[in-house]
Design a binder for this molecule. Structure first.
Ligand SMILES: NC(=O)c1ccc[n+]([C@@H]2O[C@H](COP(=O)([O-])OP(=O)(O)OC[C@H]3O[C@@H](n4cnc5c(N)ncnc54)[C@H](O)[C@@H]3O)[C@@H](O)[C@H]2O)c1
Length: 338
């Protein structure tokens, strides 16, 4: 692996950022890694690491400058993960634009500037989303399907992607843009994502807690057949590590966008997997309270993708559907690691 293994993660206090920091810290293919962990809430360093942790609001350009000037020097890679999630940016448009577009651009410009000063091109790995798609879509999303987002979150991600692609074409950064499926099961508290319930209806009942599904009005509602494009956190984090290792010339010449592999499930299949792993009493903890905005946003997202290009690049995919994912999450809960 070329580079100095100095890796900056923005959004390192969040769900995927903290998992990524832990994975990089123990990755045998990233020896002597030095992590710079940044978040607007104080990020935690993985145990046993000597990570630099920085509490910074990345909407402030001076604070962005500072994260590239730590004692670890200029990073070889930036994982740009910070952001306001889908429902949050839909409900608060101006704030979403400020964080999801303006601050990403400030970090991108800093990567360009400090990479040039240090004499290397920084790998800029950006987490985009299937929310860039919306409107009339083909049954299966292909790499050349045009993205026409139907929400503020997807719009912001698409704008970021266009900048990162152009900065890559110009040699300012070495961009890698990962359009993520919905990640399930997400540990911790519910998020401000329209997709939050997709994890909530598994996570809360597995802990004996009630959970509200904003799709449908009862367990027999046809709305529960809503298809969802999902991936597990474990596979996704392995794919984040892999994204840094792919030779630049392996990507399509015209874009650095890759739809990370996922699989199609439905709300009904999720509930069935919960019942299969934890019994019908767990599934009975789900109540139904249809939320029009939530349903509209989630229903606008595509649920079937062609994984061929991503698999050819060496990215991984979950096998076996929802049951192994629910089972693994229950084991993690029992072990107290989530
Ligand atoms: N989890 C998913 O299902 C999913 C799906 C598609 C895309 N993504 C993308 O992956 C990335 C990580 O997602 P996540 O689930 O870990 O989200 P998360 O909400 O858990 O983490 C995001 C982090 O960004 C931080 N942040 C927000 N504003 C900031 C600011 N101004 N300055 C510094 N930090 C700020 C937050 O404090 C939070 O810790 C995001 O870019 C998200 O859009 C996630």
């Amino acid at each position: 692996m070329s580079g100095n293994n100095v890796i900056l993660i923005t959004g390192a206090g969040g769900f995927l950022g903290s998992l990524l920091a832990r994975a990089l810290q123990t990755d045998p293919q990233t020896p002597n890694v030095r992590l710079i962990l940044v978040d607007v809430i104080e990020p935690k360093a993985p145990s046993g690491s000597n990570a630099v942790t920085i509490k910074a609001n990345l909407t402030n350009p001076e604070e962005v400058d500072a994260i590239f000037q730590t004692e670890y020097g200029v990073p070889d890679t930036v994982y740009c993960l910070h952001g306001i999630m889908s429902r949050g940016s839909e409900d608060n448009f101006d704030f979403g634009v400020k964080v999801n577009i303006d601050s990403v651009r400030t970090v991108l410009d800093a990567a360009r500037k400090y990479g040039a000063k240090a004499g290397h091109v920084i790998k800029f790995i950006f987490t985009s989303s299937l929310a860039v798609y919306g409107g009339p879509l083909p049954d299966v999303i292909e790499p050349n399907t045009i993205a026409t987002p139907q929400g503020a979150y997807g719009m912001g991600k698409l704008i970021d992607e266009i900048f990162i692609n152009e900065y890559t074409r110009r040699g300012f950064v070495d961009g890698r843009i990962l359009r993520l499926p919905t990640i399930v099961v997400r540990a911790g508290a519910p998020s401000a994502a329209a997709s939050s319930f997709i994890s909530g209806i598994i996570r809360e009942p597995l802990q004996g807690l009630p959970s509200t599904c904003p799709i449908g009005t009862s367990p027999s509602s046809p709305d529960l057949d809503l298809p969802l494009w999902v991936a597990s956190p474990e596979t996704t984090i392995a794919n984040f590590l892999h994204a840094r290792r792919i030779p630049a010339d392996a990507f399509f010449p015209h874009t650095r966008v890759v739809c990370l592999p996922g699989f199609t499930t439905t709300v009904r299949e999720e509930i069935a997997a919960l019942a299969a792993v934890a019994g019908p009493e767990a599934a009975a903890l789900i109540s139904f309270g249809d939320d029009e905005t939530n349903r509209r946003v989630v229903s606008s997202w595509p649920a079937r993708f062609d994984n061929t290009y991503a698999l050819a690049l060496g990215f991984d995919v979950d096998e076996g559907g929802m049951v192994p994912i629910v089972r693994r999450f229950r084991e993690q809960l029992r072990a107290g690691v989530v």
